[in-house]
Design a protein around this ligand. Sequence first.
Ligand code: FAD
Length: 444
Amino acid sequence: MRIVIVGGVAAGMSAASRAKRLSPDAEIVVFERGEIISYGACGLPYVLGGAVEDWDDLVARTPDQMRARGIGVRLRHEVTGVDARARTVTVQDRDAGRVTQEPYDRLLVATGVSALRPDWARTDLAGVHVLRDIPDGQAIERSMQGAKRVCIVGAGYIGLELAENLCRQGLSVVLLEKGPDVAGRTLDPEYRRRVREEVERHGVDVRCGVSVGGLTGKNGRVTGLQTSDGLVRADTVIVAVGVRPNVELLRAAGARIGQTGAAAVNARQETNVEGVYAAGDNCQSVHRVTRRRVHIPLGLTANRMGRVAGVNMAGSDATFPGVVGTGIFKVYGLGVARTGLTQTDADELGLDAVSVDVKSTDHAGYYADARPIHVRLTGERGSGRLLGAQLIGENHLSVKRVDVIAAHLHGRGKVHDLFEMDLAYAPPFSGVWDVLLVAADRLS
Ligand code: FAD
């Protein structure tokens, strides 16, 4: 049995490891067009900010470590085509320029997403970047040397994390956002405003409702952006306006692409083409609260999808359970988390939803360093079903209690059942009635 995997990061390497463990005799070959495999892209902003010392610290397993486990890894090998009938892939060795046909019995396409680059960002000017992988991060790091003013376009969680981390390096940072506020659809407006206040308080120049039309440059380097708000000067520009799933190979193989633009797979991570699997950021999944197909490209999802694909390619049986839209990030002192639906999401879906807001402290008020935490809990009128939660805490670790809500959403629990849960309590950790219980009580 020969298993071929395209893409060697979260989904691809999870699949390879799992398949090898379950089927030690299988030949497993991973083709990666880049130079690095098995690393945590989520840590990229923190290397730029200095909280993580080195790019190498992000690497979980080297190619040699994978080879020692019996997994073949070919770096700088790009898969450019799939012949699903012949069960072969076309592979280009990017160094030697050689093109070969490689046979497979099972194929996993784990090619991730690419950063969107609007027309104005397709330029030869130096100093214009996106951030998806370690080489992108290293290019930004080089660009930062001698730079004074950075403009980040897009105030989603990656733009926000970058703003903080580049500001920490002493750069003057402008954060431009086309939408009305930062953190886009992640949060309801009231919660977005709190995030914006936090970044502004630390000196980031946030400008929302601003669109970019073009770039200005001098001597081959970017000098600014032409925007609906006039010229914004910058010697480095980072474009963080979203991503697009890399589904070209799958489409060419005859695999179905969903309405989200990502690959449509079943719960076993199989595409509609026999022997061809897809996993990770390039796939859509089922939202367990709405039962709709969604594309929410995140790290745990990619690892889990890869693991499921690995099990199934090895001949065993596993299914991906779906997602509930859980996300978390930090900006300066604030932790920000959400899961399930916001009130805005629920309204757009036509649900009869209601939300309560509770402000409390992350642990007992009388114990040292108690910090404010805000929770918005959203439920469905009538059925009493829990729909989602948003949390903002001034101790960033405090919002990890979002996991309690995520777990409850997985079980399609009711608000009242949340109130009845036996949650942990001691003064250094929470109030006797944790803020989640208080919110559930008010909502039920
Ligand atoms: P990728 O990691 O994109 O890997 C796909 C690989 O496929 C790439 O190495 C690519 O070179 C290779 N490839 C593509 N096409 C070909 C081809 N034709 N031939 C050969 N190789 C190919 N998620 C979170 O949950 N929490 C976070 O805090 C978080 N922070 C993030 C911060 C940043 C800056 C970024 C960029 C991402 C962050 N993510 C976060 C998202 C997370 O990193 C991704 O969900 C995860 O990396 C997806 O893994 P993947 O294997 O599906 O795709």
